[in-house]
Ligand binder design. Structure first.
Ligand SMILES: Nc1nc2c(ncn2[C@@H]2O[C@H](COP(=O)(O)OP(=O)(O)OP(=O)(O)O)[C@@H](O)[C@H]2O)c(=O)[nH]1
Ligand SMILES: [Mg+2]
Length: 441
């Protein structure tokens, strides 16, 4: 249990409708009484109208609530003062609180107390931070599931299975005349293998990255097929320069678009061709690197012209990548037949025809992203480590080695999973996690 009382601004600094100062710790009730004059006396968890006074002067007309432990965010006594938005009143209030003995809270310290006081486990504390920084509905949904205890429940189920395996092994070690090692190994081996499989399939690194950061979609094609025009149509603004001169685009031009709650980063690239122009050639090299790192490649052809050798080469080069073939300029008389290509999207950057269909096809590459049981890097790394230990235990059982050797691996897996929810963590990890929070959370 923590003994001092902390205070911080809980809302974003700057001008706004209200500014909330939050206080947590044993002195929170006394501090609130010292500064806030309510019309009536406090009952827990009720918001009161009154005046905030410091050094005999009225600082603000405001609302305040006192929440008695343990039904609070931190499980300590918590006071919240809702002032008029802006910097001044909040500053005066915090200064008064500090003079009366409160300490300025460190980043994430309220949530850290919630964790240390046992109200939430570590995975839920991390979810709070993910929710704060989520900038798409996809990312927010993954965070809310984690906040609801989705990760905790998944880890608890895996730990329960591990404990069952460990007690099976213990029985074989303690009562060898009743349960033979072979029998025990025959049961533990396949179950350890299955649990390793379950842990690994709960990790989807690509999906987690896409949910959090968005999907990288790269437009490529020979010069003048209309890549920059497509980028502008998708972004609904004039981002890239469009001209009828082949080789217009050199640098990569990016535009962020929200499609169906998923963030998509489109990159327009230099038209791919062998160029004598040194600058254009650098652009072409950059384009090739962007293509290699893309989550989805949009291979753009000009539907109004016959296929060229460059088109054929590009179709070949991108065939093993996640890709969408885009036949642009369909407003012109068609020289290409859609039936000759693999599921092409037929569009016109000029008229907007087919753009909605193209967006749908791009978003499909993010389907299921962020919906795996685990979505945080730290949790996935630990799950994989536990799966590795389980596979080693399974191998020991399979090869008929001593069951007590498998016990070491099973215990290691159990400990590793405990670090996800924070049953087994060291101070440094906790410092590291909470220092990434903002002050006041
Ligand atoms: N009719 C018609 N013209 C288009 C369409 N898309 C692009 N264009 C025209 O095609 C020419 C080239 O367009 P850009 O968007 O600059 O082509 P790009 O692929 O970016 O070309 P580079 O940057 O040189 O590689 C311009 O004159 C555009 O107006 C379309 O859908 N229909
Ligand atoms: Mg261009």
């Amino acid at each position: 249990m923590t003994s001092d009382t902390i205070a911080a601004l809980a809302t974003a600094p700057g001008e706004g409708g209200i500014a909330i100062v939050r206080v947590s710790g044993p002195d929170a009730p006394a501090l609130l009484r010292a500064l806030f004059r309510p019309e009536r006396d406090f009952e827990s968890h009720r918001l009161y109208y009154g005046h905030l006074c410091a050094d005999g002067e009225t600082v603000d007309e405001c609302m305040a609530v006192l929440m008695r432990a343990p039904r609070t965010y931190t499980r300590e006594d918590v006071a919240e003062i809702h002032l008029h938005g802006g910097v001044w009143a909040a500053r005066q209030t915090l200064d008064a609180l500090y003079r009366l003995g409160a300490r300025a809270a460190e980043p994430g310290e309220f949530t850290r107390r919630a964790f240390l006081n046992g109200r939430i486990d570590l995975s839920r504390a991390e979810a709070v931070m993910s929710l704060i920084s989520a900038d798409s509905s996809r990312a927010a949904r993954a965070a809310v599931r984690q906040l609801d205890g989705g990760v905790s429940a998944f880890i608890r189920a895996a730990q329960a299975e591990l404990i069952a395996l460990l007690s099976g092994a213990a029985a074989a070690i303690d009562y060898p005349e009743e349960i033979s090692f072979e029998e025990a190994a025959g049961d533990i081996g396949p179950r350890a293998e299955a649990l390793a499989q379950r842990l690994e399939s709960a990790c989807d690194e690509r999906g987690a990255r896409i949910a959090e950061q968005g999907i990288e979609a790269v437009l490529c094609g020979r010069p003048n097929v209309g890549k920059s025009s497509l980028l502008n149509a998708l972004a609904r603004q004039e981002r890239a320069i469009v001209t009828s001169i082949p080789g217009t685009t050199r640098d990569i031009i990016r535009a962020d678009v929200m499609i169906d709650g998923l963030r998509v980063h489109f990159s327009d690239t230099a038209g791919l061709r062998d160029s004598q122009d040194a600058i254009e050639q650098i652009g072409v090299d950059r384009a090739r690197r962007a293509i290699a790192g893309a989550d989805v490649v949009l291979t753009v052809l000009n539907a109004g012209e016959e296929e060229t050798d460059e088109d054929r080469e590009l179709l070949r080069d991108t065939q093993d990548l996640p890709r969408i073939i885009v036949l642009n300029q369909c407003d012109r008389p068609m020289a290409l037949r859609p039936a000759d290509f693999d599921r092409p999207v037929v569009v016109s950057a000029a008229t907007g025809e087919g753009i909605a269909e193209l967006e749908k096809r791009v978003a499909a590459f993010g389907a299921g992203a962020g919906e795996s049981a685990l979505t945080q890097q730290r949790h996935m790394a630990l799950a994989r480590e536990a799966a590795g230990a389980l596979r080693s235990a399974a191998r020991i059982c399979r090869e008929g080695e001593d069951v007590s050797l498998a016990v070491i691996d099973l215990q290691a897996a159990l400990g590793t999973l405990g670090r996800v929810t924070g049953e087994q963590v060291d101070e440094k990890l906790i410092d590291d996690i909470f220092s990434r929070f903002c002050v006041g959370k």
